[in-house]
Design a protein around this ligand. Sequence first.
Ligand code: GLU
Length: 621
Amino acid sequence: MPRRHSRRPSRRLLAGLVALTTGVGALALAPASSGAEQRVPSGGRYNVKTATSTGYGGAVTSVDPEASRVGVEVLRRGGNAVDAAVATAAALGVTEPYSSGIGGGGYFVHYDARTRTVSTLDGRETAPATMPTDAFVDPATGEPYRFTPELVTSGVAVGTPGTLATWDTALRRWGTRSLSQSLRPATQLASRGFVVDQTFRDQTADNAARFRQFPATQRQFLPGNELPRVGSVMRNRDLAATYRLIARQGVKAFYTGPLAREIARTVQDPPTVRRPSLPVPPGYLTTADLAGYRVASQAPTRSTYRGYDVYGMAPSSSGGSTIGEALNILERHDLGALSEVDALHLYLEASALAFADRGQYVGDPRFTDVPLTDLLSDTFAAERDCEIDVDRAATKPVEPGDVDDYDGVCGDGTTERRPEQDTENISTTNLTTADRWGNVVEYTLTIEQTGGSGITVPGRGFLLNNELTDFSYDGVAADDPNRIQPGKRPRSSMSPTIVLRDGEPVLALGSPGGSTIITTVLQTLVNRLDLGMTIQQALASPRAAQRNSATVTAEPEFIALHGDALEEYGHTLTPSGDAFTSAAQIGAATAIELGPRGRLTAVSEPTRRGGGSALVVRPRR
Ligand code: GLU
């Protein structure tokens, strides 16, 4: 990828960084030719995880070796990037059932090599038509449900799933294979089973108390009422049968057929054990909501950054606008000419400003007037940049900008901030594909928090989302763009991103991680486009997230490297890790870099979430 800035982080710094993040000194410093392989023992078999692969003819990268293998096999047999993305996503529904699956939703970004255009599909879960605006208030007490445990493990939080409709729409529009063909490898995987690794076991342990409330969830994910053993094989015959049913009948089986009835019944009357130890409030989803679900096709967000065109996801996700705005602010500074810590200070400040505007203005555009043009305008960014002191961190939270009154000249450019609470959990999965024709897909999909609502549709093998917790928890205020409204999509942070140069894709990337998705993608772009890192280094590098809160959430490795220096600017850093998961890591990104003459560098995490798997069709020897 051509770089405007020649400054590189010192070798010593990178060596330290890589040793801290990957434990594999050679990986990130090596030229982008091959990756470290992690072999995970699996009852006589081996699951090989490859963090980086370079080669030709197409590539797939995801958090999971089985899913990436499924995708790359589709490419080898002549499928395109969309065929591979759907097959990989269906496989992730088997191996990453706590982060994705047909019970959830997501955002699909596609670069079409023939028309040289980027298009997006919004397959976000949607609030039921009968969901009241005060649905987060317990009718029995008149008090709000507690976020945990009531709301996260409830029918109330289940939105109409959009994932299957997204797969079907993407295949019909850009694919070369049918949905039925695309589900086949994942169906086989569900029948034959996958090897449980430590990450899967840990995720199950984090959810065990919730899962035990639901016999169908317990039966599938806590076999024998025990945590699945690392190295054991987990099959999901119910999901295999569900995929087969959909392959035979099409998406109507899900949206108007037998599955629709079962999903609605499950949400309205969650099938718990006889005496659940957690409250499980019922929800609102009906068969009419499922029958009425539509994927939204919409223009991507676009922002130019140092000669690149950065395409992202427009609302209902806040990913594209927030990353685009932060980049517009950062573009006003020559980050590549600064010391790394100066650049990181600006990254954190720009991110806080963009998050302030996200909170103030972004929601589902069908329900709220999102000033997207303003948020992505360079003049607006110029005025926002006035709030940054290059030597001193602003006191957070910062005020949002005033989209009704800006001229790019420093003055009083802010408006009063509406208080908001970040309740987004850390989950989700992400995949990137590219094919031999130059088509590219970046796809982030989720069931919201790890384990979603915890509710499995009995006999069907998949978990339902709890995505509606992404609506403002305490927001019934009329001016809150993300308040609950029937039929509305809750604001997302998912940020599938494709970067073009002169109309050609050069980089595609995305990540899970709740609201840290935005900062992970932004930081990775800065690492790659400004700080002289390779794409492997950019991904492996320790992360920090400033989401307009009093402190910066940072991985312990980031604090070790930069904490003291950033505290001198007035930043306060707190280690990542939250109440819901045992992980102290931010994100689990994937990326593909597209080089000259069709050369592809596919990258996944070397260690986060146990490491991912990046494969190419024809590896470079
Ligand atoms: N619900 C989150 C969002 O849409 C994604 C879930 C997560 O990554 O934790 O932004």
